[in-house]
Design a protein around this ligand. Structure first.
Ligand code: NDP
Ligand code: 8X3
Length: 255
């Protein structure tokens, strides 16, 4: 029997690549996103190989998420894997110069969106004693960097929530994984810099960043390991990325 994966934010980047790789491997696909045209064109492509159900919605809209989960067509209702991927970073300003609305948007999308889908789908997984929640965290949830402020904090939430899920779900045969990518070239930076493609391009200049397909392949591998194996978290960087020494502010001392 075909398995079913629900991927939030399937209109671009990691989510879109995940939809393709799971479809190529015969899974039934549920994809969400706000951009209807993109959802329709992806669905048209994937339907050549597998059944696809699309949900055009904002993950921040709790009642819409509840309605779409309770109205899933019968063929798609038994979700085996939920990939909480929809998310974004806005801005790279220091905390005291940021826009509070942008902080709220990141919290609502990266945290609340994930919570809504997880809470609504988990009881079905518990009932059938099977399932896998894969959350998309980030290196930004593990390591602070200037301008990472709320974005990194939302991803730290995602990480701890993923691990706490494991604690609650012990004995229910449900896996939970936090995927923590480093620099990856998707539309992420274009969104972070409010559509400024030149500024976004500079993030990747002179590097070989991760690609959406790299991450999707890792997610697919994690989801298809033998059922007794749970990857708790996986941090992935491109080879060209590493850590820096601690920053130290020094003042001139007059002798
Ligand atoms: P993209 O911008 O390419 O894709 C983001 C996806 O999220 C889109 O499909 C977008 O769909 C969806 N999305 C954003 N906001 C909402 C919303 N309110 N409601 C529904 N869908 C939404 O970025 P990535 O693929 O890179 O990002 C995917 C995830 O990976 C994010 O959680 C991001 O934080 C994380 N990540 C990214 C890294 C990177 O360097 N690229 C590294 C580490 C983690 P639409 O606009 O159509 O709604
Ligand atoms: C995205 C990676 O380093 O831009 O989560 O925060 S980073």
């Amino acid at each position: 029997m075909k398995k079913t994966v629900l991927i939030t934010g399937g209109t671009s980047g990691f989510g879109e690549s995940c939809a393709r790789i799971f479809a190529q491997n015969g899974w039934k696909i549920i994809v969400t996103g706000r951009r209807l045209e993109r959802l329709e064109s992806l669905a048209k492509e994937l339907r050549q190989t597998t059944p696809v159900h699309t949900i055009c919605q904002d993950v921040r809209d709790r009642s819409s998420v509840a309605e779409s989960v309770s109205n899933l067509p019968n063929d798609f209702a038994g979700i085996d894997v939920l990939i909480n991927n929809a998310g974004l970073a806005l801005g790279l300003e220091p905390a005291h110069q940021t826009d509070l609305d942008e902080w709220e948007t990141m919290v609502d999308t990266n945290i609340n969106g994930m919570l809504y889908f997880t809470r609504l789908i988990l009881p079905r997984m518990v009932e059938k004693n099977n399932g896998h929640i894969i959350n998309i965290g980030s290196v930004a949830g593990n390591w602070p960097y200037p301008g990472g402020n709320v974005y990194g904090a939302t991803k730290a939430f995602v990480k701890q929530f993923s691990h706490n899920l494991r604690a609650d779900l012990l004995g229910h045969n449900i896996r939970a994984t936090n995927i923590e990518p480093g620099i990856a070239e998707t539309e992420f930076s274009i969104i972070r810099f409010k559509g400024d493609k030149e500024q976004a391009k500079k993030v990747y200049e002179g590097t070989q960043p991760l690609t959406a397909d790299d991450i999707a392949e890792i997610i697919y591998w994690v989801a298809t390991l033998p059922p007794h194996i749970n990857i708790n978290s996986m941090e992935i960087m491109p080879t060209c990325q590493s850590w820096s020494p601690f920053a130290i502010h020094r003042v001139q001392i007059d002798e």
